[in-house]
Design a protein around this ligand. Sequence first.
Ligand SMILES: Cc1cc2nc3c(=O)[nH]c(=O)nc-3n(C[C@H](O)[C@H](O)[C@H](O)COP(=O)(O)O)c2cc1C
Length: 230
Amino acid sequence: MSRTSFESSKSRRTYASTPDHRPLARRKRIIVAMTGATGAVLGIKVLEALRRMNVETHLIVSKWADATIKYETDYAPATVRELADFAYTANNLAAPVSSGSFHTDGMIVVPCSMKSLAGIRTGYCSDLIARAADVILKERRKLVMVVRETPLSDIHLENMLSLTRSGAIMFPPVPAFYTRPDSVDDIIQQSVGRMLDMFDLDTGDFERWRNETEVRLVAMDGVDGTGTRA
Ligand SMILES: Cc1cc2nc3c(=O)[nH]c(=O)nc-3n(C[C@H](O)[C@H](O)[C@H](O)COP(=O)(O)O)c2cc1C
């Protein structure tokens, strides 16, 4: 049977499709883009979680994400790239993720700067991050954007609204406190878990909301979940 394929120079792994275009079984595949907003650790923890869940990752790191990795974390940019199965520079517009014919299960931009947000919103594909996101949108795949800035201008908000209407998910890294986190690590773990929920991936390592008070009341007094006595 004849097959078409390409090989990654990094891993020499071969991808193939049959002539009748039936896809071969493959691992779930997510594009992870890191840009120069503060919160580099979020991108790193997303990569670590996807690795634990055996998801194939294609990483794109912008020049300013490299800078924030160095400013904000103890990781070297090269170590971050090693967390991914495949890594590309943001100026490599010939990378596989630049084409809709390369199947993926979605893309997360984490963290996402206002510059990258604006580029993606306008469809101005000046780097691989904006191009890969543009492809995700045109192919109607899932795009999660961990947009980070504060406070937000009307320009930022308009860009977010426009992209939301185009099908992207705006996911600002806003912590939840109902879990009573003990540490910043707890907050990061919960945030990353909720981000990956968007892809139906369960990291299984963070607290989810359970109304313990009501659960106890149901057990003791027969109160149902709405607060009404059953
Ligand atoms: C330490 C540091 C933190 C930054 N934090 C943010 C931020 O939270 N949000 C943002 O939109 N830009 C932030 N910036 C500015 C972006 O890095 C800058 O706009 C850059 O051009 C983004 O390019 P990129 O999207 O291609 O990575 C930060 C820059 C530095 C050096």
